[in-house]
Structures are given as structure tokens and as C-alpha cells.
Design a protein around this ligand. Sequence first.
Ligand code: GDP
Ligand code: MG
Length: 439
Amino acid sequence: LADRLQSTIQKIKGKGKVTEQDVKEMTREVRLALLEADVNFKVVKQFIAKVKERAVGEEVMESLTPGQQVIKIVKEELTSLMGGEESKINSADKPPTVIMMVGLQGAGKTTTTGKLANLLRKKYNKKPLLVAADVYRPAAIDQLQTLGKQLNMPVYSEGTEANPVDIANHAMKQAKDDHLDYVLVDTAGRLHVDNDLMDELKQIEQNVKPDEIFLVVDAMTGQDAVNVAESFNEQLNISGVILTKLDGDTRGGAALSIRAVTDKPIKFVGMGEKLDQLESFHPERMASRILGMGDVLSLIEKAQENVDEKRAKELEEKMRSASFTFEDFLEQMGQVKKMGPLDELLDMIPGANKMKGMKNLEFSDKQIGHVEAIIQSMTPQERMEPSIMNASRKKRIAKGSGRPISEVNRLLKQFEEMKKMMKQMTNMQQGKRGKKNKK
Ligand code: GDP
Ligand code: MG
């Protein structure tokens, strides 16, 4: 999605004058990009109509930077399509707050139950109880128990013989007795939406009166995800959606359609299988990301979670100033490693998603280890002034790190390209600011 939109945006960005023809062309490209991304066609149609209406209006035609203005409109409309503001978790007046997880089999309910519990404790210092109400697959109970052990959190289960409604009721009592703050009910799924499943879920709902019913949907299923969301939403009082496996979905279409079709907010997104890979959903940032403007805020937030605040600030400044040396590079690599897989981070940096495609810039976490070894084999001077590097120095470094000389060369080149890219980023940002000031 981003690629196609980006080239269109590049075309229109610098335009001093936008004609109706330009708008038409642009909206056509946007429309195609959205359809390609598997966004529901009805949603696309409405979206385009809105953008068009605004784009040929005064707002654009009379502005000094019409190209920018059109992009701004697309971004604003994308944001509102995904729900505008970021939404929070509802909580009960009197604890425990009950959250019910529903969705099809394999959508990621159980995993997300664990992730959510982790987040509630980490971010809000809350005590959750995990409830195994999927009694149809013994493995499902084991899975939740394993997660409970990993997290060191209580899991309520009565085995596979008990009735899910009773389990949920008993779990509520236990949570009250133990003064826990949240009850997270992991329910059963089916391969398809069916009446038995819905009846069971409705019964649980009536008994435990959840404060939130989160529908868990797999983003990779695209249009199907939208259909599933629609039918669950018709039958249950869904309060929000959690979109999982967004790490595997490059198109982002489901994120765009679900809100429009169900009118329920996406509250969280799953970005991987690990327990800390659940993120709040920020419509505005997602819109920027789709438009390729990067997601620096998410990146910084991520840094703050894993690294202390001061460090995160430093990291941000270093990135913006592009004044760093190999010494900083090494230090930051340690920080970056704490933040998670590089691929994911690169997605959040403006322009860096283009970089990922470039062969000589591919990083894997294992390669980071090699890179560290190479930098560690440099002398302090070499780290501060890579320009002094010559053949004999490179040879020495290769030997010291146990990596082939080609790899040393590649790293030097990568480092230069990275510096260049950061410089561009800085210029881009200054450019934006400059324009604002002039106005
Ligand atoms: P359930 O049947 O709805 O309870 O689904 P599970 O929680 O058992 O998840 C099904 C599979 O999806 C598991 O292999 C999970 O590890 C995987 N999974 C869940 N969420 C994510 C995610 O955000 N990203 C990725 N890549 N995998 C996920
Ligand atoms: Mg499950």
C-alpha cells in the first residue's frame, strides 16, 4: 500500500498548483492502492468521495501549497477512517474489570490474552487473572497455563469437562476473593462463525457482564477479517477490535476497513508472537505509516518502554542530528537490540522502509552480533573518524573480528548510507518546519 501511495505523493507533493485533473489522478491512484491493499470496496468508495470533495474545494485551491494540502486531506481522512483518536481500555467502577476475548480459531485470542495481561501489569501495574474458558481443545488450556507460568500470573481453569459459563462465573468469584484487578476470559473459537459458538459467547456475556469484549481478528486474512468482524459485531456487543499479525500484513487493508464497517475502534495491534508485541493502536500514526511518513512517535514510545527515558531522548537526538560515529553506533546497537527486531523498527523510520529493500542494507539480528564484533575491533580513532580507514586497517579489523573483509567493507558502506539517510531525514523535517514558519 505504502509504495504505491508514496510514488503518487511524491508526484503531487511539490506542485504549486493543483488542477482538478491532478486531483482526479491522485484519487485514482489512492483508490487503486486501497483496493490493492484489500480494503473493502464500499469503504474505498466513500473514502474517495470524501477526499475528492475536499480536494477540489477552497481549502486546497486557495492554499499556497496545494500539493501538500491534498496529502494532508488524504492523511486526515485515513485517520478518521481508522477511528480518529486513540482509544483506551474501559474499566469497571469496582474491580475487577472484565475483558472477554472472542474471535475465530487461530486469530490469536489466547496469545493476545497473555499479551494484554502483560501490558496491563507492565503499563498500569494491574493484577490480572487469566481464565481458560476454551474447553473444547485441551491444548488451549495448556497454552494459557504456559503463558500464565511465563508471566507468573494466576490462571483459572476447571479442565475440559466444565461448562464455560460456570468457569467464567467461578473465575469472577476468585478474582474478587483474591483482589485482582482484571479478569481476562479466553473463549473458544471455531473455524467459522456458527450459532453454537455465538450462543455460548452470549451466555458468558450475560453472566460476567464484561466491561470490554475484544474481537480478535487476524489482519492477514484481509477481507475475511472484515467479514468476520461484521458478523461478530452483529451478534455480540463488541466494544473494540484487536488486530493481530499486523507484522505479517504489509498491506494494512484490514485496519482500514474494520473500523469503517463495524464502527468499533481498533484498540490494539499484535506485532509478533512474543508477549511484549502488543501495541496501542494510534489511527493517526497508522495513517502516517501507510503514507510512508514514518512513525517516529511509536518508535520513541517503544524506546521509552525498553530503555530509560534519558537514553531514549539521546537516541532520538542522535538520530535527528545525524552526527553520530561508530562509537555511538555501537552503543545504540545495544539499545536497539532491546527494542525488538530491526525490521519492525525500520518500518517506523520515515523513508527507511525503502531502505529495507536495498540489498546491502539488510540487517538481521544475528548480523548485528557480527557488526558489533567488527566495530569492537576498531580503534577508538577509527570509530570516531571512519574516513581514516584504509586497506591495512580493514585487514586488521577483519582479522580481529573474525569476519571476512568484504563484511567490513559492507559495514563501512552501510554506515555511510545510514548517515546520508539520517541527514535527509533531518533536512526533510527542517524543510517542513521552515515552510510552516514562513506561512
Ligand atoms: P486462538 O486460537 O485465537 O487462541 O489463537 P492463538 O493465540 O493460539 O494464536 C494462533 C497463532 O497465531 C499462534 O501461533 C500465535 O503465536 C500466532 N500469533 C498470535 N498473534 C500474533 C501476532 O500478532 N503476530 C504473529 N506473527 N503471530 C501471532
Ligand atoms: Mg486459543
